[in-house]
Design a protein around this ligand. Structure first.
Ligand code: SAH
Length: 286
């Protein structure tokens, strides 16, 4: 089987919009890599030979028109079937995250720099390679807010990367959950690889968590999911407990702040990376 490959460079802040459209329009796979021009990402998307590429290009053109940016040249090639997992593995190599960590694909034999803590990950089908801004911001917040006495809950653990980071930074106990059974399994094997002790994994969500039991909650989800789950976050977090809320687009800030304040939380800190924002909030309770 052969595929049509489209390659083009887009401004970093448009990548998620474009890739979101591809989901709708039937791309079989999309890769994002660094483009030669700073501030741009190279998008490589594969479509089946039956896909209507003209339609895809028109959708792309309309996105660029909407934001008033010039439409980039698109290279179209035909490629033969490959082992996509193996191809992807070649593009995922070790890299530093935040001040403390060094993420190493589990199949790679790389030494960790002596001033960093290694996290070995095979993300499989789960989200959480560590390359996404929303994960990186959460790890950055984690470094600054975690304390050894903390009981941590990683809601939507994906590959388990945040649960692992929490434990490696010395959290007393870590719970990691995901509603996706595959993610929960992937997380468990990554956790075993890095920091198995005192980290508990389960497939499910907050209804399995005791009230007022969590000192630090990590939620790298989406604004919609966080808004919907926030009453439950407020229930499980102990007084003066902290939540790191990530996966929020900058323009969703106000909705989040409104809910956070309604449930008697203070916003301690707001951090941003690209189009993304994370809030660090504390339950004050009065
Ligand atoms: N924590 C990882 C992965 C984040 S992706 C990281 O930071 O990189 C978000 C994950 O949340 C997905 O794996 C998804 O299955 C999970 N998820 C979505 N809604 C959820 C819910 N209500 N409860 C628990 N997990 C949820």
């Amino acid at each position: 089987m052969s595929w049509t490959q489209l390659t083009f460079d887009v401004p970093d802040d448009l990548v998620d919009t474009i890739v979101g459209e591809f989901d709708v329009d039937g791309a079989a796979g999309v890769w994002e890599i660094e483009a030669p021009n700073p501030g741009f990402t190279r998008v490589i998307a594969y479509f089946s030979r039956r896909s209507n590429i003209e339609k895809v290009e028109n959708v792309l053109r309309s996105i660029f028109q909407r934001v008033d940016k010039s439409f980039p040249p698109i290279t179209r090639t035909v490629v033969e079937e490959r082992d996509w997992t193996e191809e992807w593995k070649k593009s995922y190599t070790s890299f530093p995250v935040a001040d403390s960590f060094f993420v190493i694909p589990s199949w790679e034999n790389t030494e960790c720099p002596s001033d960093r803590i290694p996290i070995r990950i095979d993300p499989g089908q789960a989200f959480g390679t560590g390359t996404h801004e929303t994960t990186q911001m959460t790890m950055d917040a984690l470094e600054r807010w975690i304390e050894p006495r903390h009981i941590v809950l990683d809601v939507g653990t994906g590959s388990g990367i945040l649960a692992i980071a929490s434990r490696l930074l010395g959290a007393k106990r870590v719970f990691a959950c995901d509603i996706d059974a595959v993610a929960a399994q992937v997380a468990r094997s990554n956790i075993e690889l890095n920091a198995g002790q005192d980290v508990y994994t389960f497939c499910g969500s907050l209804d399995a968590v005791k009230s007022n039991s969590i000192n630090l909650l990590l939620g790298n989800l989406t604004a919609d999911v966080i808004l919907q789950m926030f009453p439950e976050f407020a229930r499980v977090i102990s007084l003066h407990g902290i939540a790191v809320l990530s996966g929020i687009l900058r323009d969703q800030d106000e909705d989040l702040r409104e809910v956070v304040e309604r449930y008697k939380f203070n916003v301690f800190e707001e951090i941003t990376q690209g189009e993304w924002l994370a809030l660090i909030v504390e339950k004050h309770g009065d």
